[in-house]
Design a protein around this ligand. Structure first.
Ligand code: NAD
Length: 479
């Protein structure tokens, strides 16, 4: 970390102005690798949040009149500026949230795609003509932006979530108030600098940093917020869902996961193993779509465990700037305790640690558990660490039933050469996403991304956000 970053104090971005929190309050942001001070950030209050919503509401009157050409140009300029500031963004992903450079680069590239895909939405805010039963009537639907969109993002993929959700909301003519994770405010502040430089009008994008638990309700419960898009834990998502239900505020919730991978006896382990490793060890398992459950048909089970254990022992845990490093630090003390508790609870109840289980500083070794049973917390709850359980299954049917035995429903995967079973799985798995012969970790700008049950409500992506972040108005003309 350079001296400049060390002394940096981040500000809010409200109505096109950089400003301190009410009464100058700040909080510390720590580098998760060693818990050293990374920066300070404005500690927003309810009043700061209300100012930001007011600014977004005021700006909406003018912003909704901007042309597709203007919004497209601003978004494409954002992508250019991101490229020009790539090093800063990647360094931030490494030092603020502990991303290995491999994951930081993946996220940067994905973020660019998100912004460029959003630029393509600007010209597609369309309604349609509708036949009318009333003679002499011209009838149509007109698609309109909703107004102020609240964007709330998590710590683990802050650039992907910020670029996608903010860019999609702005592309279709909404203004935005963004509450980033208190563990990743710098990344969002860098993005706000880029948005401002790209030429977006003052007040169209506003950022308030601070503690979500303290000021989140001031955003999601605000009467002038017209849509909420939240990505984070299921507990906070449930709370936000209740607030939105009371206020009839439409929303999308992208929450936690316990994503299963089923490996049938006819799968090719040479192809499966690297993908299996990627699906749980990338960013140390701090991925909502990481695969924390593997169900492997008996004939392959022993070989699968043997090979997975060998891979786990070799996964890179070196310098975060080394391209071979995969394992990241776990973001905070609270989250480290959860990962430790899940492993300890499983071991105490009889699980076998096939690989890993120990810690190196704030990093948990890639950990594989076998003999996991229902009473163990790790069996059903989201661990959000580099920890996965491997279960033997006696048939495809058992694999499907076990994969579905969860309140979550985010991503899923099946490896097999049997097309009938593969499609049967895709149709019957209770998850929002299913990958056949591919890892659970997969995201693209234009796909319907999201989950069911405890994993959330609604989908995000260019088409899904076009639907969610606009509404249709029916207009008739008597000719
Ligand atoms: P978190 O729920 O602790 O925090 C997420 C965001 O919510 C942060 O910005 C936080 O400040 C804010 N927040 C906290 N309390 C709030 C409140 N009362 N009102 C409004 N906002 C509030 O989650 P996290 O630890 O940052 O992220 C990890 C979680 O996110 C995991 O459960 C993971 O599965 C999930 N996640 C889901 C997806 C997805 O697309 N489904 C993607 C990434 C992460």
């Amino acid at each position: 970390m350079d001296a400049k970053t060390e002394t940096k104090t981040l500000q809010h971005f409200i109505g096109g102005q950089w400003c301190d929190a009410e009464q100058g309050a700040t909080f510390e942001v720590l580098n998760p690798l060693d818990d050293s001070l990374y920066c300070h950030a404005a500690k927003g209050s309810g009043a700061d949040m209300r100012r930001a919503v007011d600014a977004a509401k005021t700006a909406f009157a003018g912003y909704r009149e901007t042309t597709p050409t203007e919004r497209e140009r601003w978004l494409l300029r954002v992508a250019e500026l991101m490229e020009a500031r790539q090093k800063e963004l990647v360094d931030c992903l490494i030092d603020e949230i502990g991303s290995p450079v491999q994951k930081a680069m993946f996220e940067f590239t994905k973020g660019l795609t998100m912004v460029r895909a959003a630029a393509g939405m600007c010209r597609n805010v369309r309604g349609e003509t509708i036949p009318s039963d009333r003679p002499g009537t011209f009838s149509m639907s007109v698609r309109e932006p909703l107004g102020v969109v609240a964007v709330i993002t998590p710590f683990n993929v802050p650039l992907i979530k910020t670029t996608r959700l903010v860019a999609n909301a702005l592309a279709v003519g909404n203004t935005v108030v963004h509450l980033p994770s208190e563990m990743a405010p710098h990344l969002t502040v860098l993005f706000a600098e880029i948005v401002a430089e790209a030429g977006f009008p003052a007040g169209s994008y506003n950022v308030v940093t601070g503690m979500g638990a303290e000021i989140g309700d001031d955003l999601t419960g605000h009467a002038d917020v017209d849509f909420v898009t939240f990505t984070g834990s299921s507990v906070v998502g449930q709370h936000i869902n209740e607030i939105c239900a009371r206020n009839k505020t439409p929303n999308t919730l992208e929450l936690g996961g316990k994503s299963p991978t089923v490996v049938l006896a006819d799968a090719d382990l040479d192809k499966v193993m690297p993908l299996a490793a990627r699906s749980i060890f990338m960013f140390a398992g701090q991925a909502c779509i990481g695969s924390s459950r593997f169900y492997v048909e008996r004939p392959l089970y022993d070989e699968f465990v043997k090979r997975f254990t060998m891979i786990a022992g070799k996964v890179g845990m070196g310098d975060l700037r080394d391209p071979n490093t995969v394992i990241a630090p776990i973001i905070s003390e609270r989250q480290r305790s959860r990962v430790q508790d899940h492993i300890a609870d499983a071991v105490a109840k009889g699980a076998t640690v096939a690989a890993g289980g120990a810690w190196e500083g704030n990093r948990c070794q890639p950990t594989l558990l076998t003999d996991v049973t229902e009473e163990m917390t790790v069996c059903k709850s989201e661990t959000f660490g580099p920890v996965s359980a491997i279960y033997p299954i006696d048939s495809y049917e058992e694999g499907l039933a076990k994969a579905n035995d969860t309140p979550f429903g985010l991503s899923s995967a099946i490896f097999t050469r049997d097309i009938d079973k593969a499609f049967h799985f895709a149709r019957n798995i209770g998850a929002g996403m299913c990958h056949i012969n591919g890892p659970t970790i997969h995201d693209e700008a234009h796909v319907p991304f999201g989950g069911n049950g405890e994993s959330g409500v609604g989908r995000e992506g260019t088409d899904a956000d076009m639907e969610a972040m606009t509404e249709l108005k029916w207009v008739t003309v008597q000719l």
